[in-house]
Design a protein around this ligand. Structure first.
Ligand code: AMP
Length: 277
């Protein structure tokens, strides 16, 4: 596995991909877990060249968020990616990606104001900006992204369409711990008690799936059941939305194509999860 840390070297490599080879890209913020590695494995299956980036992107964190404390372990990540036989690990620096005087941002209007965008109003602008920059540098054909961050995938697909970028996103399913908690680098913030309480996210999704199977389609009824279960586990609901998965628009009645998205605070940690009914 080649480790590339400068833009000049990555640009030199991406200018010379063999024309008959598919290049796959997995952008991450590191502190890798099985969720990330599932994207890597899918990329390896579909592509001749697999590139993984690790970059904790400052522009997607608000000043009061966890940029400084975000977990990092480059050596462990490197070993995990070497084991997966990744071709290139791209580990750029913040000073090169955002030099003094950096002024340009990309925003996908409307979609980025919904759901997580309400409590994190600048978050998706940071995500779309860094992903557009990384695509310009890495020049992948396919980009592998997890449905764990469902709103993020929808927003990035819209950005690629609107900006006529030919890179395609391959959506990968959510990978969960043995007890059902969606894997996340931020799970390390949870105390043992919070870790147990965090199961309320997947439990509330499972409850709704069960009630829907029994014929309940009213969002207010379903949401009330989720709220109750989450507050019993000391979780603080940021949002529970039942949405059209293409437009992210909220629904009042659900059907089998509806996606449920939720964000919940467990202690100081904000967790997200989602489920397709
Ligand atoms: P992050 O390092 O959190 O920015 O995530 C990098 C990529 O891994 C994103 O495409 C995420 O959606 C994906 N990812 C993170 N957690 C999971 C998970 N539990 N299952 C599947 N994909 C995930």
């Amino acid at each position: 596995m080649k480790i590339v840390t400068t833009l000049a070297e990555m640009l030199a490599i991406s200018a010379q991909y063999p024309s008959d080879q598919t290049v796959g890209f997995v952008p991450t913020m590191g502190f890798l877990h099985e969720g990330h590695l599932s994207l890597v494995r899918t990329a390896k299956l579909q592509c001749a060249v697999t590139i993984v980036s690790i970059f904790v992107n400052p522009t997607q964190f608000a000043p009061n968020e966890d940029l400084d404390s975000y977990p990092r372990d480059f050596e462990k990540d490197q070993a995990l990616l070497e084991k997966e036989e990744v071709d290139i690990l791209f580990f750029p620096s913040s000073t090169e990606l955002y030099p003094n005087g950096y002024r340009t941002y990309i925003e996908v209007e409307e979609l980025s104001a919904r759901l997580c965008g309400k409590s994190r109003p600048t978050h998706f602008k940071g995500v779309t900006t860094i992903v557009a920059k990384l695509i310009n540098i890495v020049k992948p054909h396919l980009m592998f992204m997890g449905e764990k961050d469902f709103q993020q995938v929808v927003i990035l697909e819209k950005m690629l369409e609107d900006l006529n970028i030919s890179t395609r996103i391959v959506r990968c399913p959510i990978v969960r711990e043995h007890d059902g908690l969606a894997m996340s680098s931020r799970n390390t913030y949870l105390s043992p008690e919070e870790r147990k309480n965090a199961l309320c996210l997947k439990n509330s999704l499972a409850l709704t799936k069960e009630l829907f199977a029994q014929g309940i389609t009213s969002v207010s009824t379903l949401r009330a059941g989720m709220h109750k279960l989450i507050s019993e586990a000391n979780g603080l609901v940021d949002y529970i939305e039942f949405i059209n998965p293409a437009t992210l628009e909220s629904l009042e009645h659900v059907d089998s194509g509806t996606r449920i998205l939720l964000a919940v605070r467990i202690g100081k940690t904000r967790l997200i999860d989602n489920l397709n009914l």
